[in-house]
Ligand binder design. Structure first.
Ligand code: HEM
Length: 151
């Protein structure tokens, strides 16, 4: 089993605590990525073509929210089937192709993971533990490996 029932429960229960403000948290971890690697913002066509401040860009928020939700959902998929299923409206192959064409690199995925975990720690400090960190890490890693294997 790639993810245990306990790990899934940790991801889902912390998600339930964060979900009302999830778009704000999601945006926060992407802004953190751009603080660490400013050039990462240039990978997004809608950021290159926009004069809006990063934190006001609805498309950035939507992408960030997609990453957050897909990471959370991966925990349940991994526990149930041992595999990541990115959803009915897309495929791992499509995501791999989009990220490859946009020039998204390993370092972007790695720093985003760091930013995601840091944001969760700040969002639910009363739930934070090594086990919670491991549970979100496993979900994220499997999701990213599935995408990167097709890239
Ligand atoms: C596009 C998910 C990480 C940059 C997308 C799309 C999804 C997605 C669903 C829309 C695909 C479509 O057009 O149909 C994810 C997931 C990630 C992840 C699940 C990690 C688990 C990243 C990272 C970057 C990134 C680390 C780094 C910069 C992009 C870019 C696009 C994109 C540039 C194309 C946006 C555009 O210009 O239209 N991603 N993403 N993604 N993602 Fe990600």
């Amino acid at each position: 089993m790639v993810i245990t029932a306990k790990q899934e429960a940790l991801v889902v229960s912390s998600w339930n605590e964060m979900k009302d403000d999830a778009p704000t948290f999601a945006l926060k971890f992407f802004l953190r990525l751009f603080e660490i690697i400013p050039s990462a913002a240039k990978r997004f066509s809608f950021l290159r073509d926009s004069n809006l401040p990063l934190d006001k860009n609805p498309k950035l928020k939507a992408h960030a929210m997609g990453v957050f939700v897909m990471t959370c959902e991966a925990a349940t998929q991994l526990r149930k089937t041992g595999k990541v299923n990115v959803g009915a409206n897309t495929s791992v192959q499509h995501l791999a192709s989009v990220h490859f064409k946009a020039g998204v690199a390993d370092v972007h995925f790695e720093v985003l993971k760091f930013a995601l975990l840091e944001t969760i720690k700040e969002a639910v400090p009363y739930m934070w533990s090594e086990e919670l960190k491991e549970a979100w890490s496993e979900s994220y890693d499997h999701l990213v490996v599935a995408i990167k294997n097709e890239m």
